[in-house]
Design a protein around this ligand. Structure first.
Ligand SMILES: [Zn+2]
Length: 487
């Protein structure tokens, strides 16, 4: 499968060129419609085969055979009309959680003890069951003390206090079961000399413009403070979440991989796919993958999922607590903050010298409509500030992204909506030290930000990050850009 790294910038012949052509054609077709009308077409269905011809004619006027990225307004009238400020999220109306997790350790809060007197807690490990849809409870541990090392990433806790009040909740943290030993690939010595962590955080159904509309403070912090590069020509290569994420994570389409679709004869679990995290594990990386919304899991909704299971185990149980917590909260903490903390705890719990790969994909706030995503803006900025301030980003490639744009709301019936669905948010931020030592790679990245790029290119960029080779060591002659036809 031909792939193009954002850093290497080379288009190889074959399928990638066909794919690039098709993406250009279909995107340009919609752009042509938008431009020709001067407005949106709220209800006109788009016939791609017809518009392919239109787009070719449109492309020929002054742009040669280049791919023209659509120029979209940030605030078309319909978007302004449908945009709504969600009611404020105030999980603090609940009493502050009595228990929290800090650097892999169980802690009882000082304020709970001040308020209720001595607090005694029972810790019950929460583990994955026999498949992606079941959980099991481990043996309860009574009278757990602050400072106890977590036995499992997820657990429930029942506490009683001196004043007879009680607390129950489910928590998430990181258990460094053991320090992973680098696999045989790492012992070769020359692999992964960059030694960069990769932290990728995604939100479902959020186009580049939807990100700018709904989390503007985060966008500003990412771009103007951290210096992230936003890939303005980033385009999906298939419909829905799996077709967006599988190419990023494996470098393949789902059809190129062993059958794993639910209900299809011979389908088997996806553990054997060539996941990037397996490559990284062999190089000694600690890896983390998390999703919320277990009912619509990327790899379990239409596919058969994994033998080994990520964070949904936590949500399988915490979502059952609905009645006990305010909407979008788990106790006194917003659920998206629980989610972000899971990544933060990975960095806080494992030592800095251990390489980390973390991918967290959040669905709840943006799947149906992106309006709720506004609730996460301040928390995302705080998260990024905290990660940056603690030095966790000094050696980390930060990727904030989405799988695709909105698929269901009224905007999807407009031409702009169709274009936004194809152009999800994708940003990469390399640490300043990397930018200083590899200016050519960063220059390439910024050039490619204005060209057509796809999930396959993210996968190729991962490969470059961990399999650093001579072409990236300032040998400009060997570094080529994404073909200009993708500009
Ligand atoms: Zn999705």
């Amino acid at each position: 499968m031909p792939l193009v790294s954002f850093l290497r910038m080379r288009v190889r012949p074959g399928l990638s060129m066909k794919l690039v052509f098709l993406l250009c054609v279909s995107t340009a077709a919609l752009t042509f419609l938008l431009n020709a009308s001067g407005t949106l077409h709220p209800h006109s269905p788009v016939n791609l085969s017809t518009n392919t011809r239109l787009s070719l004619l449109g492309n020929s006027s002054g742009h040669g055979d280049s791919c023209v990225l659509p120029k979209l307004k940030l605030w078309p009238p319909l978007y302004r009309k449908l945009f709504a400020k969600p009611k404020g999220l105030d999980c603090s109306l609940a009493e502050e959680n009595w228990v929290y997790v800090d650097r892999g350790m169980f802690q009882i809060s000082a304020s709970a003890i001040r308020r209720h007197g001595e607090v005694k807690c029972v810790y019950t490990p929460l583990m994955r069951g026999r498949n992606d849809y079941t959980t099991i409870w481990g043996d309860p541990v009574v009278d757990v003390m602050s400072g106890m090392r977590l036995q499992t990433d997820f657990f429930k806790v029942n506490c009683t206090a001196e004043d007879n009040s009680a607390y129950f909740n489910i928590h998430a943290g990181i258990t460094p079961v053991r320090e992973p030993t680098p696999g045989p690939d790492a012992s070769a010595g020359t692999q992964n000399p960059l030694g960069l962590n990769i932290l990728m955080i995604g939100f479902d159904s959020t186009s580049r413009l939807a990100w700018m509309r709904n989390v503007p403070k985060t966008y500003d912090y990412l771009v103007n403070i951290l210096g992230a590069t936003v890939m303005e020509g980033y385009n999906i290569v298939g419909d829905g979440t799996p077709r967006a994420l599988i190419p990023i994570l494996t470098g393949h389409t789902e059809w190129e991989l062993p059958e794993s679709h639910r209900g299809v004869k011979g389908a088997r679990t996806m553990d054997g796919h060539p996941w990037i995290w397996d490559d990284l594990k062999r190089l000694g990386y600690v890896t983390q993958y998390a999703e919320d919304k277990h009912k619509m899991g990327t790899f379990t909704f239409g596919m058969v999922g994994f033998q080994k299971q990520p964070m949904r185990t936590y949500y399988l149980q915490s979502e059952k607590l609905g009645g006990l917590s305010r909407r979008l909260c788990t106790g006194s903490v917003p659920r998206h903050v629980v989610f972000l903390n899971y990544a933060r705890e990975l960095y806080r719990t494992y030592p800095a010298h251990m390489r980390k790969f973390s991918f967290l994909f959040h669905v709840e706030l943006s799947h149906d409509s992106t309006n709720l995503l506004q609730l996460a803006d301040d928390d995302l900025v705080e998260f990024l500030k905290d990660m940056n301030g603690a030095g966790h980003l000094d050696n980390t490639v930060l990727i904030m992204m989405a799988d695709h744009g909105q698929r269901f709301t009224r905007v999807r019936r407009t031409v702009q909506g169709k274009l936004e669905e194809r152009t999800p948010f994708m940003s990469l931020r390399f640490p300043p030290s990397f930018a200083r030592t590899h200016p050519e790679a960063i220059k390439n990245l910024r050039t490619n930000a204005k060209r057509l790029t796809t999930p396959f290119d993210i996968h190729a960029t991962f490969k470059d990050i961990v399999d650093y080779s001579a072409t990236m060591r300032g040998d400009v002659a060997q570094v080529s850009h994404v073909d200009e036809a993708r500009s």
